[in-house]
Design a protein around this ligand. Sequence first.
Ligand SMILES: C[S@@+](CC[C@H](N)C(=O)[O-])C[C@H]1O[C@@H](n2cnc3c(N)ncnc32)[C@H](O)[C@@H]1O
Length: 260
Amino acid sequence: MSFYELYSFQNYSFEIRNIKFLVSKTKLMKQIKNIILKFPQIYLYYKKLTYIFLAFSSGTKEKNIFQEASTTEYDRHPDLFNFLKSRYSDKQIKILSFGCSSGEECISLNKYLPNASILGVDINKKSLAKAEKINSNKNIIYKYCEPKDIYNLGEFDVVLAISVLCKHPEAEYLNNLSKIYPFKRYEDMVHKLDSVVKQEGLLIIRSSNYIFSDTKTSNNYQLIKNNNARKSKAFPKFNSQGLKKTDYFENKEIFKKNIT
Ligand SMILES: C[S@@+](CC[C@H](N)C(=O)[O-])C[C@H]1O[C@@H](n2cnc3c(N)ncnc32)[C@H](O)[C@@H]1O
């Protein structure tokens, strides 16, 4: 067998192994999901423990934490980042990434908007330490921040809250979210975020369990259309009483502050 044949054979078997792994992983995930659906209470207790642990390790209160999981990735939201690039190009704007996790969102934003000053805040000290460890960019700063400290962060042209104002995946298994995440907590947080958005600035909220237009704060904003937005995705949404809505697709995400 020639080197090339051996190489492509190895690649081929590597891919087969990968596909097998993915299939068995998907099967396993399905089985886990089935078990969860049978015993959602047990899963919710398990999730509760993860919140208690994060609150303890970050020295904060559990009620200050929205989404606990720190899942993130580079260039996770190209449609939003491209929108910001087309709007601000090389302007020296200020951006707040609320719930920046380990920094991939801030680094990606910097690639699209190299002249922007980016502040990433999070409630998870471990994620922030990871973000700081790899940061050598003078345009990106990270900070630990509890909801009450938002007022001290300054003012921003753009505030992003992506995959933060939610309880994922718990919300998928609940018809009433109020017990673990009441609407008021969302509304108060949105109000705090509004306080740091400049006049004419943007507030961008993606993957949240509540709907921005249900808040009083939304009266100060107008919806902005992103012509190149990604295909709207189903995401569990709840009304202001905490009751699940059916068939809600998320497509209202960019809001411009417009107080007259
Ligand atoms: C799923 S990650 C989202 C990361 C990033 N925004 C993205 O979309 O890739 C959610 C992050 O929100 C953070 N978070 C939860 N509650 C927060 C709060 N009150 N203030 C700041 N960050 C918070 C979590 O610690 C976690 O890092």
